[in-house]
Ligand binder design. Sequence first.
Ligand code: ATP
Ligand code: MG
Length: 382
Amino acid sequence: MTKILGIIGGGQLGMMLTEAAKKMNEHISDVIVLDPTKNCPASKVGARQIVGDFKDKNAIVELSLQSDIITYEIESGDSEVLESINSGMTINPAPSTLRIIQDKYMQKKFLRENGLPVPDFVEINSFEDAKEKIKSFGYPVMLKARRDAYDGRGNFRIENPEEITQAYEQFSGRPMMLEKVVDFEMEVSVIAARNTNGQIATYPLVENIHEENILKLTIAPARVNKKISEEAENIAKKTMEVFHGAGVFGIEMFVTKDDRVLINEIAPRVHNSGHHTLQSSSTSQFEQHLRAILGLELGNTDLLHHTVMCNILGPQEFQGKYKPLTIEQNNGVYLKMYQKDEVKPQRKMGHFNVVDVKDTKDTNMLLKKVEEVKSLIKFSPV
Ligand code: ATP
Ligand code: MG
């Protein structure tokens, strides 16, 4: 029996989920997305769209009435509304999981209570409290907004006592937490999946390079030794065991200079650092997510080719409608644009994967090619 899939969020992740769903038409007959932006990326590839806010109770209820199963591609849905409709239908990952993950403090507390390694952190309750705890943590230290943060916009790295006021004021009125700054060697992540029958699968560890807090590159596989990759994969599996609900999860981690692996944060959804799987694996993370929530056997997660993914961000110079980008796609270069109507500085507009089709396993060569392709990408106004 085919199902109608409802997705909260119709951005690029919803778009690539929709594309995967369209290829699984023996299981999914239709896709509906809830997104506040008219003509959102998912709607461009054949999803029906309900235009509404992710937290709009009526819109979420409407989505649930029109769908057989519900999932999400953003973390900012209203988990209470989802919990209230979860009795009548399946929402995956479980709204209770979303509720924990939405609050960075609750998330880290939950991970620590379950024996998973995280950086030192503490809750902040007032300005006085912040000053006291910052003093005991020492500098540098990271003040974080607990909720509704993305692309590092909820983080303030405090270097000295003079910056405390500015940092606190930046998030004033919002719940906050404090975290020790990890002097990391590398940022890595694991894309993991669990299906509704409890089967778990993980993709190999990848390396993530951020610029200005936004993911720029993902290198698959991560350039670490076997001990570290095994430890990170074990942490990812254990994480999957403690969180409820089916689906794909992105598990972001730090590798410290003394070779420890700490969890930075969990995303209960398909993840930017999993976009390489569109070409590097026989099952993309998007198909895997759908297989997981439909209760199908999970697909193979082997890395078939070394691959580097590069995000295409909006340039600083201009904003508005832009001419379609094209690059020659050969020799293992795959461009994916998200069909957003307007470009804005630092907005995620697309990505490309450079795949080691000749199986040289030479990451430096792939990185060189990434630079060549990047130099060909220019946004220009229509
Ligand atoms: P995302 O970019 O995944 O949407 P976000 O806004 O929720 O993320 P985090 O993942 O908490 O924010 O942080 C963004 C980046 O800031 C991390 O990838 C890392 O580079 C840096 N960072 C966050 N916490 C720490 C820490 N405790 N120590 C060192 N660097 C950190
Ligand atoms: Mg993050």
